[in-house]
Design a binder for this molecule. Sequence first.
Ligand code: GUN
Length: 291
Amino acid sequence: MAHLCRKGKGKNLKILDGVLLAEQIKDEIKGEISRDSLIVGLAVVLVGDDQASRIYVNHKKKDCEECGIASYEYTLPESATQEEVITLIKQLNSDEKINGILIQQPFPKHIDVTAVNESVSPLKDVDAFRADTVGKIAVGDYGFLPCTPAGVMELIHSTGVSVSGKECVVVGRSNIVGKPMALMLLNESATVTICHSRTRDLGEVTRRADILVSAVGKARLITADMVKEGAIVIDVGMNRDNSNGGKLCGDVDYAGVAPKASFITPVPGGVGPMTRALLMKNTLTAKRLQS
Ligand code: GUN
């Protein structure tokens, strides 16, 4: 799918355009919803007044509009108790106009993330944050996939390079990105290594990668000397670069790494838009599951 890549400055470098691929996925969703005259609804829950969360929620509502999905926003104050949040989720679980429930994270510190995630109905778990939803990936059950790793897989597939037999290194072991990411690569027959903060020599491992995915949240963690010539490099990081006026940047030192990579995702404009497109896809899947 060469049309989804832009040519970069490296010898054969191609920049993976997440904005373009996300638009294509959203167009397909819109087409399907319109063709089958579906009425689809997503609840977007925001607890507290985190500024970044407000921006993400607004983007997600705009995506819904583009796809023909109704979005319903529920805002709770920073002081809301865990019980109040869970009571709202339970109401949304039994509300027929709501097919999917998204609770924007991070939550205020006094709220237990796991308890809230587990209160979402398994049929409406469009973020795929429930433990059983994540666990099912291990046995190849792809009912709902966590949006970020699913978006990364779409980006990798768009390169036309087969994952089978490749050395894949995932940096980061979070429940919502690193672990499901590794399982999804393994399910496509990759040789997968997960690195994390206790990995002794990170560069020694990342240099083996044909496909390198970094999902840590640390600016310039991945430098050119840590990347194999010709690798596919996927940057899940979303960091503010304090040495550059607080500009948004990923985990990868883009300027240094890009000339060595065969394909690379920019930040912004790589994984971020794909995460949101996959949320739309999961919401449509939820509608189908409930019908
Ligand atoms: N906060 C950062 N990324 C995400 C996401 O994918 N889903 C939710 N619910 N919150 C987030």
